[in-house]
Ligand binder design. Structure first.
Ligand code: SF4
Length: 461
């Protein structure tokens, strides 16, 4: 929501400084509810609409300014749906369904390759869903499609694959190793069986330990582990126990996620409201532990060892994630001015029917569902992508890109500086350590009113 105090600032072209009392009020508003919306993409996919008329992909991609592209493949199948998940995925283990899906993805790749072959790929990621749910032959096929059809050069691109513990086998990890995968990311969420059960993710910790031992044998340059805090039945101590278990495997990277619930996820907001909200305590305790163990904080969720990386010399790629070529149903594609995807759904019925349409499709050469980014949305995206990461926003880069001043365009950003949630050093705007902990409410405050109207709303306590 836009605060009246923001308006006051805006009407004065950023020159008005609020009184100490007004600033306190504004800061209290930001910090009162730290978990408002997770802006893993901006604009969020729930703001996408029909594009009429559909946009020919040839025209969209031929002028895309990114130096190198990001190739993404989406595998929208899982063994079961986790209770907190609102991703585009379907619980379906049937091998014949997976094969038909990869057939469609290959068909799509053959058509898209002609639009995108003029630029190299600096990154390749296979996500989902659970890509390692696929049988070995289908998993191997994804790399063949990437290299032989899309033109991926695995020696200059970082390659990342998402995995889940129960799907990992020697044969599948051998395929990943032979395909020059640099990073394996595994969702664990919790090492406590009762906490996993509470989020409808029946997971025996022994299965997780088995997968971690197996991954250790293959020694991928980057192992990332995902954990969630704020689970029903979790305490700060049990959260730190899970984190400590993960750290004992010395992963190069750890993502820690606050639990979000929405009306259409299986775990409902009420399930969380029955217990006190411990998420901020968990975050602060985890941050302290991770930093004491030598991890650097890159965002509210991402911590990594500074030395973590691959031996490859990777092509340059903007952290703004433009030039993202998303293959598969549920994948998003980003050009600088248009974001598009297949339709979005979460319920079983909706997901099933969207995947069925995708598999039956013969032509994939137009974008018919997405969002055209106005100049203002491009600016807001540019700012958000930068300030929610520790690298921050190089203020001169804003002028270079948009030809105008950051402070005149968005004077309300100065509120961050005045409340010490943000700082400006050597021309770079970053969030302070305190501000980083409120990334989700700062992001939510900064998105435009128009996008906010269209977005799925997260439920506040
Ligand atoms: S959280 Fe991951 S494993 Fe669970 S349903 Fe969602 S995509 Fe599948």
């Amino acid at each position: 929501m836009t605060l009246p105090l923001d308006d006051l600032l805006l009407h004065n072209d950023g020159k008005h400084f609020l009184s100490a009392e007004e600033l306190l009020l504004w800061k209290e508003h930001i910090t009162a509810y730290p978990y408002r919306s997770y802006l893993y993409s901006y604009p969020h996919k729930t703001a996408y609409r029909d594009l009429q008329p559909p946009l020919p992909l040839k025209e969209l991609w031929e002028d895309e300014p990114a130096e190198a592209f990001f190739l993404y493949m989406h595998i929208p199948f899982c063994g079961a749906r986790c209770g907190f998940c609102n991703l585009f995925t379907l619980p379906d283990k049937r091998a014949d369904v997976h094969t038909r899906y990869v057939d469609a993805l290959e068909r799509q790749a053959k058509q898209w390759a002609t639009f995108t072959k003029h630029k190299p790929y600096a990154r390749f990621a296979i996500g989902g869903g659970t890509p390692t749910l696929l049988a070995e032959d289908q998993l191997r096929r994804l790399f063949t499609i990437a290299v032989d059809i899309m033109g991926l050069d695995t020696t200059v691109a970082s390659i990342s694959v998402e995995a889940s513990p129960e799907t990992l086998t020697d044969a599948k990890l051998t395929i990943l190793k032979e395909s020059s995968v640099d990073r394996v990311s595994m969702g664990i969420q919790s090492f406590v069986a009762a906490e996993s059960a509470a989020i409808y993710r029946p997971q025996n910790p022994d299965e997780v330990y088995r997968a971690l031992e197996l991954l250790g044998k293959y020694d991928f340059p980057i192992l990332n582990l995902d954990l969630i805090y704020g689970l029903p039945g979790q305490s700060v101590d049990s959260w730190l126990y899970s984190l400590d278990q993960a750290l004992s495997y010395e992963p190069e990277e750890i993502f820690i996620y606050p639990l979000y619930t929405r009306e259409h996820t299986i775990v409902k907001p009420g399930d969380m409201q029955r217990q006190g909200d411990i998420r901020l305590h968990c975050y602060n305790a985890a941050r302290e532990l991770l930093i004491s163990r030598g991890y650097r904080q890159y965002s509210m969720r991402r911590f990594a060892k500074e030395a973590a990386g691959t031996n490859k010399t990777i092509l340059d790629y903007s952290c703004q994630e433009e030039g993202m070529v998303g293959l598969g149903c549920g994948a998003r594609s980003y050009t600088r001015s248009v974001h598009y995807a297949s339709r979005y759904g979460v319920s079983r019925k909706a997901t099933e029917s969207i995947i069925a349409d995708y598999v039956a499709t013969e032509r994939y050469d137009t974008a018919d569902y997405g969002i055209m980014l106005s100049l203002e949305e491009q600016q807001r995206r540019f700012i958000l992508k930068a300030i929610l990461h520790s690298e921050g926003l190089l203020i001169s880069s804003y002028r270079e890109r948009f030809g105008s001043s950051l402070w005149s365009d968005y004077p309300k950003l100065s509120l961050l500086l005045q409340t010490e949630l943000g700082q400006e050093d050597d021309g770079v705007l970053t969030l302070t350590p305190e501000g980083m902990g409120y990334s989700d409410s700062i992001g939510d405050w900064f998105i435009s009113g128009e996008i906010r109207e269209q977005m799925e709303r997260f439920v506040l306590p």
